[in-house]
Design a binder for this molecule. Structure first.
Ligand code: AMP
Length: 299
């Protein structure tokens, strides 16, 4: 079963205490797709400018990701610049939407009847447009960030109202709901529409809150975090990819999806850009999944 992913396709300039990169491959859709492709057929929607290196598109193709929904147009690719002084918090120095400013995607025919959709972090009106072109969606998830909560709150609330799952980090759910207690914040977010709220908590793992259950996953213990950029996106891609691959949104699958999502994020933070995420495969994913499971399982 396939998953459609819309999000940013970007050139990132990032500085962490371990180094820096300029105009490296990034963007929420790239990170999410490279995580989800391990679990299901993955189709990407996005736009890049003429300056986007062909090898970045090749990487997606080479990994079996469907790029029929990725447009190449005149102009400059989305650019983002950020600095990490503390690994749980990034300071955005610059966001240039560029070709995303006027992007109005028309989904390819074989994307439209897909049942699973990840609205990766991007302008909420773009998320809405993709959602509206997929009438047969069974499970949809929306990811977002402070940039859109601050600038486009009403449109974002419209998206949140219509999706099955909200994926959001801890600081952002507090910003969205005005509530500091994580469980109360999740309850308020659930009243906005989604059935499941997934709160990403950086190095402290993640929490899923549903009316019938809640579930915590810890992280896989990475000792050398090099660059957290894209951790949330690779988590989102791993999470929705697992659900689409299993074609189920049952409690047991959601819990396993949380652990697989955390494993995908663990690969991502071990190098800049997508350098380490590229190496993930069924064997090393399964190994890390077992490690995470054993870290919480006791008798
Ligand atoms: P994360 O660290 O998981 O929040 O994701 C960072 C990635 O999101 C980077 O690769 C950026 O290119 C991308 N990004 C940063 N700001 C935005 C934004 N406002 N909208 C969409 N994507 C963004």
């Amino acid at each position: 079963m396939s998953l459609v992913i819309v999000g940013s396709v970007a050139l990132d300039s990032v500085k962490t205490p371990f180094g820096e990169v300029e105009n490296a491959l990034g963007g929420s859709a790239n990170y999410a797709a490279m995580a989800s492709k391990n679990f299901c057929e993955t189709k990407i929607v996005g736009v890049v400018g003429a300056d986007y290196p062909a090898e970045h598109i090749e990487l997606l193709k080479h990994n079996g990701i469907n790029i029929d929904g990725l447009e190449v147009v005149e102009g400059k690719t989305f650019r983002w610049r950020g600095v990490y002084n503390d690994f749980n918090r990034v300071e955005t120095l610059d966001t240039q939407l560029n070709v995303f400013e006027d992007f109005n995607p028309i989904l390819p025919e074989d994307y439209r009847d897909c049942n699973y959709l990840l609205l990766g972090n991007i302008h909420p009106s773009l998320q809405l447009s993709v959602l509206e072109q997929m009438p047969n969606v069974k499970v949809s998830a929306c990811d977002t960030m402070n940039f859109w909560i601050e600038r486009n709150r009403d449109e974002l609330l419209e998206v949140i109202k219509r999706v099955t799952i909200l994926l959001i980090n801890e600081e952002e759910i507090k910003m969205l709901t005005g509530e500091r207690n994580i469980f109360k914040a999740a309850d308020i977010a659930a009243e906005m529409g989604p059935e499941l709220i997934v709160v990403k908590r950086g190095e402290y793992g993640a929490l899923a809150v549903h009316k019938d259950y809640h579930f915590f996953t810890p992280v896989y213990p990475v000792r050398d975090v090099i660059d957290p950029t894209g951790a949330g996106d690779s988590f989102a891609g791993g999470f929705m990819g697992y659900i689409a691959g299993k074609q189920s949104f049952e409690e047991d699958i959601v819990k396993k999806a949380m652990v697989h999502a955390t494993v995908m994020a663990s690969f991502n933070v071990e190098a800049f850009s997508l350098e380490r995420l590229k190496d993930a495969n069924m064997a090393n994913i399964a190994y890390r999944k077992e490690e995470v499971r054993h870290s919480v399982w006791f008798k």
